[in-house]
Design a binder for this molecule. Sequence first.
Ligand code: AMP
Length: 404
Amino acid sequence: MDTILVVNAGSSSVKFQIFSVEGEGKLRRLIKGQMDGIGSRPRLRASGADNDALADRVYPIEAVPDLPAAMGIAGGWLRDELRISPVAVGHRVVHGGPDFDRPVLIDHGVVARLERFVALAPLHQPHNLAPIRSLLANFPALPQVACFDTAFHRTHDAVADYYAIPHQLHAEGVRRYGFHGLSYEYVAKTLPQVAPEIAKGRVIVAHLGSGASMCALKGGRSTESTMGFTALDGLPMGTRPGQIDPGVVLYLISEKGMSASKAQNFLYRDCGLKGLSGISNDMRELETSEDPKAKLAVEYFVYRIGLNAGMLAAALQGLDAFVFTAGIGENSVRIRARIAEQLRWLGVTLDEAENSRHARLISRSDSRIPVYVIPTDEELMIAQHTLSLLVNRPSSNVRHVRVS
Ligand code: AMP
């Protein structure tokens, strides 16, 4: 059985999934797992396709000091106990910079190019690259594919990717990239099956999870995004503020005496829903809280989504549909209802019953703008890209698989 390993590596955890390659290029998810607490309290957990627990083990801190060690243990478990040796590995890589507009087969040259973008995503890119490097060193013949969060947005008109700053900085890479691209790509690929006519039109997709952004799709291609140079911009998130006057950052440095790295930590970890509520970054907790600050945080989240929807509708010069996805978008009946209220002026009327039962179409039949819930699947997207690059390699031995 041919299998593909999908890796999503962060600062203290590495998530992985195994897909089997079935006939006609179809992929079936077999295993979901993660090693978290790297360098603090390492723990490997994994479950099978039916959510059946396959592993739950803790390790001494010295056994898993870093990401390569975590990859080694997870890989060893897959190989030795489950007899799974993937034919290829697909990685989520946050930044493909201005160059990469699609996934790419990895070699040393690609890694060197991706290292240049560490400065653009210092909290993510180094962790994404660490397992790539260790697999390249230990299994040089194993094909690896990098799939970028930025690539899907490379279809923007140039004007959408500029900041009003001197040109030289743009040339250096200081531009609006947009993120969550694998999620939007999955939604864009799924929408034609859900609503074929609408998929050809103007659609706003709201990826509302612990990270949050919105994307304007025209005919399935990204034309605008709420995120920019980094994943700090746009909507308020679990712990990130979203759009903020750069003067606030200058104030933090000049008046509060924050160093650049302290300001960075503050903006990535202490703001957003967590900072505003002073309670939690988890929407579930805020939704059930009676604390006025929790209510304000939820109100701010909903309000900013409404504002940004107006901006994206302007970019699209109209709107044909709105789509919710990711943790909050897929699961919170109340937040969806409140956002729909914000979008009423655009022609949105929600069907309460359909919203409550998490139907795929949650707007009323007389709503001028239909509203959908499409659960995202970034890992499947990565696995599909990986398989597609694998079968198209000159030396491929899995070419009997056709990929659309
Ligand atoms: P994600 O990053 O897409 O995994 O989304 C994670 C976030 O989704 C969590 O931080 C929660 O705030 C939110 N979430 C998950 N389930 C629910 C729910 N039933 N109601 C509200 N928020 C939820």
